[in-house]
Each structure stands twice: as structure tokens, then as C-alpha cells.
Design a binder for this molecule. Structure first.
Ligand SMILES: NC(=O)c1ccc[n+]([C@@H]2O[C@H](COP(=O)([O-])OP(=O)(O)OC[C@H]3O[C@@H](n4cnc5c(N)ncnc54)[C@H](OP(=O)(O)O)[C@@H]3O)[C@@H](O)[C@H]2O)c1
Length: 270
């Protein structure tokens, strides 16, 4: 698995991580055991970057439980998600309890109340509980504000959607992130799974075989990660076998413009 510096944050991350929205929002012993099996497969495959949020229901708790005594092997990214500073502090107390008193990348989710929430994250960083600070948004209509936060000098990384059907970040956000030396975490690599419905035939994927690509999801991940401005993509999955498959896309050779165009054509037929 290739490792990349997450901008100037000081974190070095595997290019393929794991998201936890929906898939880790579970409770009860059987479901929590399944989530642990996904984490087992991830750690065994070099996927040790995990992204969560209090917005994802039980996901932070379930991820913390699944990591348990393996917390030190993981890079945990989570978020504060509230317009209330008081609620933000409560969320941080919970997150620190779930993740051994340390968050590696703490992000402001959807830029909610970003000024006071960044004050909180600054304090947590100063006290040694947080290693790096970031901000996320999933909507192109918020990218103007995201750009202002990026330029404020207060964050080290952003989390944004990027896949062949959601390319708004190419216009301003990725160039600005590269100029500012910010880390880039890519959410929604499969467009929440929608791109799985456009699965091409094995014959259509054959030209990508020399790049180690045997499946559609690997083609999509390589399409993202072949852009060096992107540091880690965080597909979510409930299937240990899918974690292994996704992890295998995290190594060179990377696509050139021709291979990227093949994937774009397959993702947006007609
Ligand atoms: N900050 C934000 O605003 C925000 C918003 C959205 C997401 N995110 C983050 O980004 C993460 C990823 O985005 P996402 O969860 O929306 O969707 P995604 O990763 O684009 O797609 C997830 C879907 O892909 C399927 N999948 C994964 N690997 C597969 C494989 N190898 N083969 C076939 N299907 C596969 C999963 O199904 P299976 O379970 O069957 O594998 C799941 O249905 C989230 O979990 C979250 O951490 C952040």
C-alpha cells in the first residue's frame, strides 16, 4: 500500500482508508462483530486510516470498539458536527473516550459553526489530544466557504467528494489545496455506491489490467489516486472481501490521462 504525506499535517496515510457512514452505524453483538471483521481485514491489508463522525450514529463507538487494543496501529479521523459549541465539546469528550484520548485528524463536519469549532479543535491540539485539524463538505455550493477556511491558515486537511461523476473539486479546491500544502481526503469514491450500478464488463476493464486493476471499484479508486493532489480515498464497505479488493488498488502503477479517460467514459456512458 502506498503511503502519502497528508499535506503538511505531519500525518502519513495509506492511500486507501475506510469510511464508516452507514456501515458502522450498527448496534448489537452480531453487527458489531461484523464491523470488527471489516476492521480486521482493513488492518491486515494496510488500510489503517479510518474516518468517522458523530453524524454517523453509532459509528464512532463501533469503530472504537472494533479497534480496541489496536488503536495505536490506526490513524483515526473523525469530526465535530454541531452548530453549538457546547454540543461540540460533548462530542469531543465522547470521541476522545472512544479513541484512547487521541484523535489523529479532527475535522469540522460540513463547516458547521466552523469558527468556534476550530477554536475547540485548536485547544485540543494544544493539549496534545489532536494531531491535525481539517474541514469537510460534500456539496459544491459550499466550496466557496470551504475555500475561505482553507485560506484562513487554520486547517491542515480537507475532506471532499471526488469521483468521475462528481468533479467540482477540480475547478478550485484541488488546485488551492495543492498551492496551500493541504492534505486531501476523498469521500464518496463510489458516489455512495451508485457507480456500482454502472459496472462495466470484464472486457471493458481489460485495458486497465496492466495497472493491476481487475474490478470496477479498483478502477474508480485508481482514477482518484492517480491524481497526486489526493492523498487518501475512504470507501465504506460492510464486506471484509471488499476491503481487501479496495486495498489492492492502493499501489502503483498509477493511471495516465488515457486510462483516466477510459474510466470516465465507463462511468458516464452516453
Ligand atoms: N463529510 C461528509 O460530508 C461525508 C459525506 C459522505 C461520506 N463521507 C465519508 O466518506 C465515506 C465514503 O463515502 P460513502 O460511504 O458515502 O460511499 P462510497 O464509499 O462511495 O460507497 C459505499 C458503497 O460502495 C460499496 N462498496 C465498497 N467497496 C466495494 C467493492 N469493492 N465492490 C462493490 N461494492 C463496494 C459498499 O457496499 P458494500 O458494503 O456491499 O461493500 C457501499 O454501498 C463515508 O463512509 C464517510 O466516512 C463523508
Amino acid at each position: 500500500m502506498e503511503q502519502r504525506a497528508l499535506g503538511h499535517t505531519g500525518l502519513v496515510v495509506p492511500v486507501v482508508g475506510l469510511g464508516t457512514w452507514r456501515t458502522f452505524d450498527v448496534s448489537g453483538e452480531p453487527a458489531e462483530r461484523s464491523a470488527r471483521a471489516v476492521v480486521d481485514a482493513a488492518l491486515a491489508s494496510g488500510v489503517n486510516f479510518f474516518d468517522s463522525s458523530p453524524m454517523y450514529g453509532e459509528a464512532e463507538r463501533v469503530l472504537g470498539l472494533a479497534l480496541a487494543d489496536r488503536r495505536a496501529r490506526a490513524i483515526v479521523a473523525t469530526k465535530v458536527w454541531s452548530s453549538s459549541p457546547h454540543q461540540g465539546r460533548r462530542q469531543a469528550e465522547h470521541a476522545l473516550a472512544f479513541f484512547g484520548d487521541r484523535i489523529d485528524l479532527y475535522q469540522v463536519h460540513n463547516l458547521l459553526a466552523w469558527r468556534p469549532q476550530l477554536d475547540l479543535l485548536d485547544r485540543l491540539k494544544a493539549s496534545g489530544h489532536v494531531r491535525a485539524i481539517g474541514a469537510t463538505h460534500f456539496q459544491a455550493s459550499a466550496f466557496g466557504e470551504l475555500r475561505r477556511v482553507m485560506e484562513s491558515g487554520r486547517i491542515g486537511a480537507i475532506q471532499v467528494p471526488y469521483n468521475p461523476t462528481e468533479r467540482d473539486v477540480e475547478r478550485e479546491i484541488l488546485p488551492a489545496a495543492a498551492d496551500l500544502g493541504l492534505g486531501v481526503v476523498v469521500m464518496r469514491p463510489f458516489a455512495e455506491g451508485l457507480l456500482g450500478r454502472r459496472r462495466p464488463s470484464a472486457a471493458a476493464l481489460a485495458p486497465l489490467a496492466p495497472f493491476g486493476v481487475t474490478t470496477w471499484e479498483q478502477a474508480l479508486l485508481k482514477w482518484i489516486l492517480s491524481d497526486p493532489r489526493c492523498h487518501v480515498a475512504i470507501p465504506a464497505t460492510s464486506q471484509p472481501a471488499h476491503v481487501v479488493e479496495n486495498a489492492a488498488a492502493g499501489a502503483p502503477p498509477w493511471f495516465g490521462p488515457g486510462e483516466r479517460r477510459i474510466v470516465e467514459r465507463l462511468a458516464t456512458p452516453g
